[in-house]
Design a protein around this ligand. Structure first.
Ligand SMILES: Cc1cc2nc3c(=O)[nH]c(=O)nc-3n(C[C@H](O)[C@H](O)[C@H](O)COP(=O)(O)OP(=O)(O)OC[C@H]3O[C@@H](n4cnc5c(N)ncnc54)[C@H](O)[C@@H]3O)c2cc1C
Ligand code: SF4
Length: 526
């Protein structure tokens, strides 16, 4: 057993789990951090490393390699809220939020990208933020990158389906680069979505959470925070209930089964990092807290993503290769980012056209397939989060703006052109109302036409932001530049909900950098 594995096992033993709660309990701390995703884990570590007494509270359980399910559908029922079947209303789009020690980092593709200067310039001027520029965040990006071993994906673990994308970009004269990821010793198994069984992915449960423990933090899983306790302008702590692991699937009655003992944690400061769809619900359920601006739960934004599958004449060996190994930022100014993508076949099959024998024949093509996607900066497509009656699950209203449909049409056309440039024999565009299969370049024009309608797009939206946005003006935002709620002196928010606008690139690294900055400020104030 390696030293690293030894350490992980001992860290795991120090994480409090469901079976260890045998009655109601109370704790005290300097700071209670709610949520152990990328933002909460970084905040907990930084605060503990600064000598503060920290309790990190997480509703989900810790996962060991034995707990991972390779079958994509089964995996979702264990790792995702509502079994991975959460949907927006208005424009229908699936969106996934994890419930696990490590939050989204356990199931995500480990993509770490710093937004370009232009994103922060826009944030600064439109949202009254003077200190949130790229130069002042760079030291935080650097520290996190070093801690997590963030580096470009090497060619040896790219696999053909990622390298074909590189070649296609070269053929069309577009810039592209290997994706930088928080991994150490990636074997290119393409299984990031169902959990990294070789533990190469530096998800929070194997990186920042053990570091927080090492620095003295207490980590408690299977605790569902239900209320932020407060008095006047001060948060006094949180309270809630112990929940059984895996009681949250779609069939579990919106997470209401498996509830047991109550708990209360009193603290001098509270950091909410429950995620962009959960934090506003917690605030609403706590007496519409921190909402003098009326902005809690408003401004919901996604990176709606579209994808096309291409079938090549030769095998692509798609089960091998980094889940998402290559990207192109060439169209960032036009509003979209291009990436390679892989998912477990049961998940892919949802998107494959045909039924019966035709569908079976499509499965036979999977060994010659690649999937490439685009995520769009859909700044005009807005929505809101509200609490679902009798539950902590959110109702997500969101509508895709016609101008953002135009961005997605353009992205689809570019992806299609890339496939034919790489030598694909056909593509499966997955757009309702258009041919299920396209076999030549001339047909791809239709992807950029008004035949493509919002309701015909098969989208996914796993990057979520802005529901408790940062704004220099207290009447227009929920938190200030340090993540502190304008309305309370010691309540902080540290998840991607504080982004004032979508960051144009994958959000995890930006969320962590902002969390690191604010945790250091908070540590100085305590
Ligand atoms: C399949 C998938 C792939 C992705 N790939 C990438 C990628 O490669 N790169 C990237 O940048 N982004 C990616 N993302 C998005 C990224 O994972 C999220 O933006 C990121 O995890 C957000 O971090 P967070 O800390 O704000 O919230 P989360 O990661 O959502 O963490 C919030 C945590 O709070 C816990 N929590 C919620 N409510 C409560 C409560 N009431 N009590 C106690 N605990 C609670 C949750 O269980 C969760 O663990 C992906 C997302 C998904 C779903
Ligand atoms: S591609 Fe495989 S080995 Fe690499 S980080 Fe993802 S799950 Fe782990």
């Amino acid at each position: 057993m390696s030293v690293a594995q030894d350490w992980l096992d001992s860290a795991r033993e120090r994480v409090r789990v469901f079976a260890q709660y045998d009655g109601p309990f109370e704790e005290q701390a300097d700071v209670v951090v709610v949520g152990s995703g990328p933002c909460g884990a970084v905040a907990a570590y930084e605060l503990a490393a600064a000598g503060k007494d920290v309790v990190l509270v997480e509703e989900g359980p810790p996962f060991t390699v034995r707990d991972f399910e390779l079958d994509g559908n089964l995996s979702m029922t264990r790792t995702m809220r509502e079994g991975g079947l959460r949907m927006t209303r208005g424009t229908r789009m699936p969106t996934m939020q994890a419930i696990a020690l490590g939050g989204g980092s356990l199931v995500n593709s480990a993509i770490c990208v710093r937004p370009p200067d232009s994103v922060f310039e826009r944030w600064a001027t439109r949202f009254d933020l003077e200190r949130t520029d790229r130069a002042s965040l760079d030291p935080h990006f650097d520290a996190i990158s070093e801690f997590l071993g963030i580096a470009p994906t090497p060619d040896e673990v790219q696999g053909p389906r990622n390298l074909l994308f590189r070649d296609a970009c070269r053929a069309l004269g577009l810039s592209s680069e290997p994706i930088a990821r928080n991994v150490r010793g990636c074997r290119g198994s393409g299984e990031c979505f169902t959990g990294c069984r070789s533990r190469a992915k530096q998800s929070m449960d194997v990186s920042y959470v053990p570091a927080a423990l090492r620095a003295g933090a207490r980590v408690m899983t299977s605790l569902q925070v239900q209320e932020i306790r407060h008095s006047g302008r001060r948060a006094t702590g949180v309270s809630g209930q112990v929940v059984a692991p895996f009681a949250h699937g779609a069939a579990a009655g919106a997470g209401r089964r498996g509830l047991s003992h109550r708990f209360r944690i009193d603290a001098r400061a509270v950091v909410l990092a429950a995620g962009c769809t959960a934090t506003p619900v917690l605030l609403e359920r706590s007496g519409n807290l921190a909402n003098a601006s009326g902005q809690v739960g408003e401004n919901l934004q996604f990176h709606p993503g579209v994808a096309i599958a291409g079938v090549f004449p030769e095998p692509t060996d798609p089960q091998f290769g980094a889940t998402q190994g290559y990207q192109s930022l060439a169209f960032l100014d036009e509003g979209f980012k291009l990436e390679t993508l892989w998912a477990p076949p049961p998940i892919l099959s949802i998107r494959l056209p045909g039924q019966g024998a035709e569908l079976v024949a499509r499965f036979g093509e999977i060994p010659r397939m690649a999937v490439w996607d685009a995520i769009a900066s859909a700044n005009r497509s807005l929505g809101r989060v509200r609490a679902r009656r009798g539950s902590l699950d959110p109702v997500l209203d969101w509508r895709l703006h016609p101008d953002d449909v135009t961005i997605l049409r353009r992205a689809l056309r570019v992806i299609a052109e890339l496939f034919f440039a790489a030598g694909a024999e056909k593509i499966l565009p997955g757009v309702a109302g258009l041919p299920e299969v396209m076999t030549d370049l001339a047909q791809t024009r239709r992807l950029e036409s008004d035949e493509v309608r919002a309701e015909g797009l098969v989208m996914g939206g796993n990057h979520v932001f802005c529901t408790t946005r940062m704004h220099g003006d207290p009447t227009l935002g929920v938190v200030d530049e340090d993540g502190r709620c304008h309305d309370l002196d010691n309540l902080y928010i540290a998840d991607t909900g504080i982004f004032p606008q979508c960051p144009s690139v994958n959000p995890m690294l930006t969320g962590m950098a902002l969390a690191r900055r604010q945790a250091r400020v908070l540590a100085d104030r305590l």
